[in-house]
Design a protein around this ligand. Sequence first.
Ligand SMILES: [Zn+2]
Length: 555
Amino acid sequence: MKKKLIAPVLLSSALLVGSIPVNVFAQPVNSSEISSVQASKEWNEKASVPFFVKEKVAEKFSSSSSSNALNYLKKNEDKTGIKNPDKHLKVKSIQKDELGMTHVRFTQAINGVNVEGSEVIAHFNKNHELVSVNGRTNQTLAFEAVDTTASISREAALQAALSSVNAPEELTYEPTAEFVVYPFEKKNHTAYKVNVNFMGDEPGNWFVYVDAKSGKVIDKFNGLMHADEHKTQTGSGKGVHGDHRELHITRVKEENSGTKFALADYSHENLEGIFTYDATSDWDSSNDTLYMGNSAAFISDYDRAAVDAHYNSEKVYEYYLNEHGRNSLDGEGMAINSYVHMGVDYNNAFWNGRYMAYGDGDGEFFIPLSAGLDVAAHEMTHGVISHTANLAYRNQSGALNESFADVFGALVDDSDWEMGEDIMAPAAKADGVTRLRSLSNPNSVIVSNPQRAAYGSGVYPDHMDEFYNMPLNVDNGGVHVNSSITNHAAYLIGQEIGREKLGKIYYRALSVYLTSNSNFSEARQAIVQSAIDLYGEGSEEEAAVQSGFDAVGIQ
Ligand SMILES: [Zn+2]
């Protein structure tokens, strides 16, 4: 649930002007200011070295334990390039899958402090044989001593982070700060990774890295995952397509006001629930309530966006449960929360790290965005990703994050391979904009944002030859554009083996092999390996994956 929170750093200034009412609307982030910081920075790819070791003759262990995985890594330092693994790796999770395989995930750490983005996964087959290891490690750490003590306090880091993103007074959640080693710009920084979350015309789920020695902001990015970016225009909203929906709702008895009905679904075993809230055209989260009706029939025009959000959430939940045995976004039955009527004429939907939010659209470009089952599946898949591979939302890893969201969007909303075809308003359709992206034919869709279009051909790419080299301040390095390349690979694979197998293979790659900094090439390896695990080496499924990635130029 959202909490109203006043940032301590800003509270003091608010007290000085106590007679002015507290502004509950977030101020838009000054994007030109942010871009000047980010444009000068370069991601240090060399500090995060990818590898994938497969054993022809796998070593057999007594059990698929983390200590046996470490024993293997100690004996195989030369193969993996990880020096002193028992000193530098911490167990993060141990996961068993439906094939009987066990996956031990480690985080690289120095003096016990996690190295951002560096993870290693050791894979045992069902006979406790260690068959492969993959991941990314920072290979400079073995040679360079990193001082992991802090000179500034956590509080000082929080304040630096809040002011660097122009955080409004009201935050959605209390900011968090994690102590990490952050390899950036050829240096290993000891840093506080601060997460700042707020609403507004430009909502933020910022990750800010503050150097723990100097207190300076090293790097930052907005991890808020948009369906796409469209500026709000004035116009009137329209109701969603008139489909009849069966819903799971809850009867509520209230003092004085009699019986009401809430869009609250407690019908699924081991699931906390599926809840739909009314944001009442506001960004202010303090007075949001469950969406309520006076009867069990939610049939007013205002109800329509909520009805679709509630219905589609359940469809996506059932897809992940039935197809992949996954119980909700975190795999552990967490509540699925959606907010409708977010903002005024707001042309966007997003996953902010904790819940889905849907604007009503301006009626010109979009109708209420909850009308799209693919949009709901896309946003909820961002939630699944943040609890699995946790792909960093920038450059190629960010494009993979977007691409997996689109692929599962198209798998759940399985009538076509288009994204957003059910949320376009009549005026947009009349202009020829009939969907946001196409997995089958990316080139057929124009990149409508001119700032993004300038970095490439002007249409969505379907091959690495058409890759958009974008700086971090434009679409986080092209996450919504270059995603089309891997989207198209998925489409081609799906044409060969069908949607069900495509889903199995992609879900396995996402949940078992990919790590936060994985790039396109590692995604190919992960998806190929998943096809081999499920269908065998040399299978037609493996061949389909190989040729799908060949066709888009990803090696
Ligand atoms: Zn997205």
